[in-house]
Structure formats: C-alpha cells, structure tokens
Design a binder for this molecule. Structure first.
Ligand SMILES: [Zn+2]
Length: 114
C-alpha cells in the first residue's frame, strides 16, 4: 500500500515543535524539579510525519526519560533489569548518585537550571 507522508526532522529539544504531542511525565514524588532539557516530558520528537502523525522519539539523557530531576543529594532510582537467583531476568530499581549541580531558577520555580 502506498503511504503518503510528509516527514519533518528535528535537530533536538530546542527545535520548534519538538515537543508536539509529547505528554508531560507524571512526577513520581522522589524527584524535585522539572528537567531543564525536556521541560518535564522525558523525550522529544526526532521525526514527525505531518500526514499520519506517526513519530519517532528519543529519550532525554539528562533525566533518563523521567521528565524530572533530583536537586538534592538523594540517590536517583532508575528502572533496570537484573538476573534473579533462579536465572530469570526481572525488573529492579538501580540507584545512582544525584547530580547535585542542579539549581532551581527563582524566576521559574519548579524548573531546574541547565
Ligand atoms: Zn529530561
């Protein structure tokens, strides 16, 4: 079947429309501020088909897709996979030290500075 498409490519999170149809990520309670790079979305469009609205997205490497970042010294939990004692893969939470260089911009409370 012939598929009509009009693909738009994005340079990165600063491209206009990079966040079109990308939902805000729910705050999980453990993280403090909206990610300055993806503005709380955790991902952005890299390709967008203006005809079908199909898109390709990339995860934000600043917040690992969570949309939110830690501003204090609490460790950050990231979903991961490990091998259980029975030899099967299973989901787990891996903790990494937080990036303590994050600051809150007083002009934009809730949004971390880059
Ligand atoms: Zn982010």
């Amino acid at each position: 079947m012939n598929h009509v498409s009009n693909i738009f490519l994005y340079e990165g999170p600063n491209s206009p429309h990079a966040f079109d149809v990308v939902p805000l990520q729910p705050r999980n309670g453990g993280l403090d501020a909206m990610c300055p790079l993806c503005k709380g979305r955790g991902q952005w469009n890299t390709e967008f088909d203006l005809v079908s609205f199909r898109c390709k997205r990339t995860a934000c490497d600043r917040c690992h897709g969570a949309g939110w970042v830690e501003t204090g010294t609490d460790p950050i939990g990231l979903p991961d996979i490990e091998v259980s004692p029975e030899g099967y893969p299973r989901w787990t939470i891996r903790f990494e030290p937080s990036d303590t260089e994050v600051e809150i911009d007083p002009a934009q409370p809730g949004l971390a500075k880059t």
